[in-house]
Ligand binder design. Structure first.
Ligand code: CU
Length: 265
């Protein structure tokens, strides 16, 4: 229905509602544009110099323009209270229980996305600024904390299983970033000092989207959607949506590797 907007293909369950909303905004704004544009042209012709050599100090007598203004305000109120706020309330209110979801913490920094999975225990391990190392431990994760034993971290690679809710806890280390996933219709600012939860259900695997698009190279992207500094344009992560078994296999492999004792310690 909203193909005419040229939006990226949908890969999430709630995306239809978002697209519907974007479609209605465009329709109403088109009507407004035609209305105001027509009025402008009417004024140019009606009040042209040859017809109106002297200014009319009395001004408009009819109430048509007030009714039109009222109509515009009404349409905008419908967009806001009828579409935008209920949709937003449904998105933030109906958070699935963490036990049914993949729990992942995403921390933005200049200029990368740190991905941190809570692992089977559903608990994120302790982090400590003292353990921070830009190369080996960009989150300062304390591997000695029992909750951290099964944690998995990656850089710029967000792998998720298809058809399962994902809860992302969004954070930032330095400045305001924005976690933008165009195909999943997700866009949320990451704000230093805050942990902001968002959720969605991816429903098209990367492999399936590659077939649909006829592009074997296709990758879902995490695009930083806030100008966050000089390297903003290269602040790019990737999302890979896998069938459940494949995701589990990957996760098990990472778990075995990342929780293995450090041979250099
Ligand atoms: Cu950024």
């Amino acid at each position: 229905m909203t193909d005419w907007l040229g939006l990226p293909p949908l890969a999430t369950t709630h995306g239809g509602q978002i697209d519907g909303m974007i479609g209605w905004v465009h329709v109403f704004m088109l009507i407004l544009f035609l209305g105001w544009g027509g009025f402008f042209v009417f004024c140019l012709v009606r009040f042209r110099r040859s017809r109106q050599p002297v200014a009319n100090y009395a001004g408009v007598k009819s109430h048509t323009s007030s009714y039109l203004e009222g109509g515009v305000a009404l349409v905008e109120a419908v967009l806001l209270f009828g579409f935008a706020i209920p949709l937003w309330a449904a998105r933030v209110g109906a958070m699935p229980p963490a036990s049914d979801a993949v729990l992942v913490q995403v921390t933005g920094e200049q200029f990368a996305w740190n991905i941190h999975y809570a692992g089977p225990d559903g608990k994120f391990g302790r982090t400590d600024i003292k353990l921070f190392d830009p190369q080996s431990n960009p989150l300062g994760l304390d591997r000695d904390d029992p909750a951290a034993k099964d944690d998995v971290t990656t850089l710029n690679q967000l792998r998720l299983p298809v058809n399962k809710p994902v809860i992302v806890r969004l954070r930032s280390k330095d400045v305001i970033h924005s976690f933008g996933l165009p195909e999943f219709r997700v866009k949320q600012d990451a704000i230093p000092g805050l942990t902001i939860p968002i959720w969605f259900i991816p429903n098209v695997t990367t492999a399936e989207m590659r077939t649909r698009k006829g592009n074997p190279e296709f990758q879902y992207e995490i695009a930083c959607a806030q100008l966050c500094g000089l390297g903003h344009a290269r602040m790019r992560g990737f999302v890979t949506i896998l069938p459940a078994e494949e995701f589990q296999k990957w996760m098990d492999g990472e778990l075995a590797q990342q929780s293995a004792p450090d041979p250099f310690k």
